[in-house]
Design a protein around this ligand. Structure first.
Ligand code: LHQ
Length: 252
């Protein structure tokens, strides 16, 4: 239920249960977790794209295939695990939201570092519609991204938010016409895959910047600047600048 490809530094992970709008069952969770671990480990992977097969991105939990584990255990063992893997992966992760995202499918997109939406895609905080609560980080990401009152509006009413509204609210970076969507994703992914090693450290820093107090973030900046400056890519970047040419980064 998960497709995995690597090409020119771009790892594409495709949720692949299109008849259920790529809703999660246990097999898809396990495939997704395995794919994220492999992308983190493989030095040939410089950035990760997460997308969905067919007309949907991800409809959250498969409500017809919840399995027999207690719900709390499913959330902890699967959803919380892959949210943690996306955030701790030291490579940029791009959500290519090709179609509707609902419930934990929205959380998945919001946990990524960049979010592109096709014009016909939409986001639904579906949890309340079935009497549940936001999970997979929705209650962390939503108020940080759009503020308390908008987060409450979305979470309490569970209405469909169009791609255009999502962009106006700050829930995605860009909206792209459907016919140009794959090209726009490939363009951003290619730029990320040609970027320097420091992109992974930038991710760690901006993430900590959201969560931690200033003195701690200042210290982490000093620490990671030391690591970055010692990297082959920074040496190449500084050399290329003085030679007035484009740098050729290798991700090391
Ligand atoms: C689905 C689903 C789906 C199964 C569409 N499951 N079949 C964590 C842990 C444990 C428990 C609970 O939850 C969680 C976290 C969560 O994610 S809770 C939230 C779960 N997700 C939802 O409640 C979303 C339910 N789906 C919808 O509201 C709509 O399907 C959306 C808005 C996503 C799309 O609407 P439409 O574009 O109108 O498509 P559709 O409703 O016709 O769906 C197409 C097919 O996909 C349909 O099957 P069918 O056999 O009739 O073609 C749906 O039954 C199926 N499907 N979502 N989550």
């Amino acid at each position: 239920p998960v497709l995995y490809t690597v090409s020119e530094g771009v790892c594409t992970i495709t949720l692949n249960r299109p008849e259920r709008l790529n809703a999660f069952n246990v097999e898809q969770h396990e495939g997704f977790i395995g794919a994220l671990k492999e992308a983190a480990r493989d030095p040939a992977v410089r950035c990760v794209v997460i997308t969905g097969a067919g007309r949907g991105f991800c409809a959250g939990q498969d409500l017809a295939d919840i399995g027999n584990q207690p719900i709390g255990q499913i959330v902890r063992r699967y959803y919380n695990t892959w949210i943690g893997l996306i955030r701790s992966l030291e490579k940029p992760v791009l959500a290519a939201v090709n179609g509707v995202a609902a419930g934990a499918g929205v959380s998945l997109a919001l946990a990524c570092d960049l979010v592109l939406m096709a014009e016909s895609a939409s986001l639904v905080q579906a949890f309340v519609n079935i009497g549940l609560v936001p999970d997979s980080g929705a209650s962390y990401f939503l108020p940080r991204l759009i503020g308390y009152h908008k987060a409450m509006e979305l979470a309490l009413f569970g209405d469909k938010v169009s791609a255009a509204e999502a962009q106006a609210l700050g829930l995605c970076n860009r909206v792209v016409p459907d016919e140009g969507f794959q090209a726009a994703v490939a363009d951003w992914a290619g730029r990320l895959a040609r970027g320097p090693r420091s992109m992974g450290w930038i991710k760690r820093l901006i993430g900590r910047g959201l969560e931690r107090p200033l003195d701690e973030v200042l210290e982490l900046e000093a620490h990671l600047q030391e690591a970055a400056a010692a990297s082959a890519d920074a040496r190449e970047g500084i050399r290329a600048f003085s030679e007035r040419r484009a740098p050729n980064f290798t991700g090391r």
